[in-house]
Design a protein around this ligand. Structure first.
Ligand code: GTP
Ligand code: MG
Length: 195
């Protein structure tokens, strides 16, 4: 389904620019450079639908994609370090938090965590925003192809432990590599089943 009619709709820079809330949406949140835009490309089978780059802070707007006129995929600007001027970054961070706490049709937030790094303080802060607004969120571990096998169990334990403190967390983790395709079919079916 996600590989069907997917189109870029618009980039949003303020809450009043959001499209009409007439269908459900899922969003992809996470630290700068964690792989949000790459994941959207992998999910939709389109190489360059969402702009991905090695420069943290590539996505600077809330980018809406329509899927077969039935729902929206939302690519968010990253949080944490970004290669952009401070006032600009502060503006997106404000918008990000407003979006995560004020969008009625947001059905699930996927919070991306780099599988090599686990959950950091900034991730925890975003998860708390989601808890407060009662938006169910699910962790997607990214860049699975880059994790050392011996580090995996330790990081998974750290992630599970951190999630247990968040009432809005959906317990099942999704392990992905946008590069290799791991976990992509699973994530597609999770999204399809939300409809
Ligand atoms: P911002 O928009 O800046 O917040 O970043 P983002 O979270 O959208 O990350 P983006 O998708 O732009 O990816 C950042 C970098 O990580 C790029 O160089 C990607 O090629 C790389 N990357 C993303 N996913 C994977 C993956 O699964 N494996 C590997 N090896 N690299 C990945
Ligand atoms: Mg991006």
């Amino acid at each position: 389904l996600l590989t069907g009619q997917v189109e870029f709709l618009k980039g949003v820079v303020a809450m009043d620019g959001l499209p009409p809330d007439d269908r459900m949406e899922v969003c992809f949140a996470g630290r700068s450079n964690v792989g949000k835009s790459s994941l959207i490309n992998a999910l939709t089978g389109r190489k360059a639908l969402a702009r991905a780059s090695n420069t943290p802070g590539r996505t600077q707007e809330i980018n809406y994609f329509t899927v077969s006129d039935s729902h929206y995929l939302v690519d968010l600007p990253g949080y944490g370090f970004a290669n952009a001027p401070v006032p600009v970054v502060e503006k997106w961070q404000r918008l990000l938090k407003q979006y995560l706490s004020g969008r009625a049709t947001l059905r699930r937030a996927f919070v991306l965590i780099d599988h090599r790094h686990g959950i950091k303080a900034v991730d925890d802060e975003i998860m708390t925003v989601l808890d407060k607004s009662a938006v169910t969120f699910q962790v997607v571990l990214t860049k699975e192809d880059k994790v050392k096998a011996k580090d995996r169990p330790v990081i998974l334990e750290q992630v599970r432990k951190a999630l247990s403190k968040h009432p809005a967390a959906y317990p099942e983790l999704i392990i992905t590599s946008s590069e290799k395709g791991d976990g992509i079919p699973t994530l597609r079916s999770i999204i399809a089943n939300l409809e």
